[in-house]
Design a protein. Structure first.
Length: 402
């Protein structure tokens, strides 16, 4: 790069439309892999003759894989550049997705989803590193928000498509669609995504697999705080995602297609709120946006618990959950941007630390909310604990210039 592309500004300098669109697709593959299969959970449980907790373990294995994969591919991209690890990860991800679609047992599905998670982590972690390679300050947050909002718009379709494919082709239909998406990601990586971290820009620590950079980031108190807050916020989101197929379909009596549509509406409201709030509030106000997101989510979760306890109509419970999820979607891009702006190099390792913490939390949460057989109480208790802890930690951390 002949000039510093991270030189402030309100736009994500150095990130063209084509690259931003490609990064959006790369970042979206993991949530798409989760949301697209959700409507098929009850049907897959019956077809594979297994339990709700075992099916949710397939989500946990994916999340554990993503957590581990970020620690592998983040430092790897600092050491060897962005494109090579991306191509490797996308290739393995596409192969693992095909195995998932062919899985004869729940155990094979769980194992294949783990491999898929490890490989798909490459796109998620390296995309964030590429954004930081090409931007700085508020422009980093804006670029991450853009990819999150655009990715959220794409992911709105995931449960709808999953529900329709389930109705037409059975529970394997959504998995084949996810495999097709993984192949699309591979093509984008090969033909569109450029190298943004050439050899001349790599520091000495990065040439030792990026481990020095990873250790340096973890020692940064403010970076560490943002990572923990994001982990709690993401864990609360996963508690909802993991429990929602059983809560909506088994408890509230909504069919698979209706569940997919309702999940899509929730996502659409979250994407819209994310876009509006990040445009209306002052440019250097990410800390405040996160506070709004955590407070709103906690309020919605409490309202959900109360509505369920008094036997409120289904639409009231669904509306409370929608508000909780819409507001929690404000947190991700702002927390990741705040954390990444605390570092100046080894961006892949920094993104890996963030992703590892949040996906480890998600992996622990997913089977926990299934212990009640898909009941509402484990979900709301988990969301309150994680969301409340994140808000307390944020309030203890004074705002800092971005």
């Amino acid at each position: 790069m002949s000039a510093d592309p991270r030189a402030g500004g309100e736009q994500a300098a150095g990130i063209g439309f084509g690259l931003l669109l490609s990064l959006t697709v790369l970042i979206s593959l993991v949530p798409f892999s989760i949301d697209g299969f959700l409507p098929a959970f009850p049907a897959a449980r019956e077809a594979l003759d297994t339990s709700a907790s075992m099916l949710q373990l397939s989500m946990s294995s994916l999340l554990i894989g993503v957590a581990v994969g970020q620690l592998v591919f983040g430092p790897m991209s600092d050491r060897w550049g962005r494109r090579g690890p991306l191509i490797l990860g996308a290739t393995v991800c596409a192969a693992a997705a095909v195995v998932c679609a062919l899985a004869p047992t729940a155990a094979v599905l769980v194992a294949a989803r783990f491999v898929q998670g490890v490989a798909s982590a490459s796109g998620m972690v390296i995309s964030k590193a590429i954004v930081r390679d090409r931007s700085a300050g508020r422009s980093t947050v804006r670029a991450l928000t853009t990819t999150t909002v655009a990715g959220g718009a794409l992911n709105i379709l995931a449960p709808v498509i999953g529900g329709l494919l389930l109705a037409g082709f059975g529970w394997r239909g959504p998995l084949w669609f996810i495999a097709a998406c993984a192949i699309l990601v591979l093509l984008l990586v090969v033909f569109v995504v450029p190298e943004t971290h050439p050899l001349g820009t790599r520091g000495p620590g990065e040439r030792w697999f990026g481990l020095a950079g990873l250790a340096r980031h973890v020692m940064n108190r403010r970076f560490r705080a943002y990572v923990l807050i994001q982990a709690g916020s993401y864990g609360s989101l996963i508690a909802y995602v993991a429990a929602s197929p059983f809560v909506y379909q088994s408890i509230l009596g909504i069919d698979a297609v209706g569940y997919g549509l309702l999940f899509a509406v929730n996502s659409a409201i979250g994407v819209t709120l994310n876009f509006v709030v990040n445009r209306l509030l002052p440019a250097r106000d990410s800390h405040r946006i996160v506070a709004i997101g955590l407070t709103g989510s906690l309020t919605g979760t409490v309202a959900t618990a109360l509505a369920s306890a008094v036997g409120a109509p289904t639409w009231v419970v669904a509306a409370c959950l929608t508000w909780s999820m819409a507001t929690i979607n404000l947190n991700g891009p702002n927390l990741v941007g705040l954390a990444l702006n605390r570092v100046s190099r080894s961006n892949g390792s920094a993104a890996a630390a963030i992703g590892f913490a949040q996906f480890c939390t998600g992996a622990v949460v997913s089977p926990l909310v299934g212990l009640g057989g898909g009941a509402l109480l484990p979900m709301t208790v988990t969301m309150l604990a994680l969301g409340g802890g994140s808000l307390v930690l944020l309030l203890l951390l004074p705002p800092h210039p971005e």
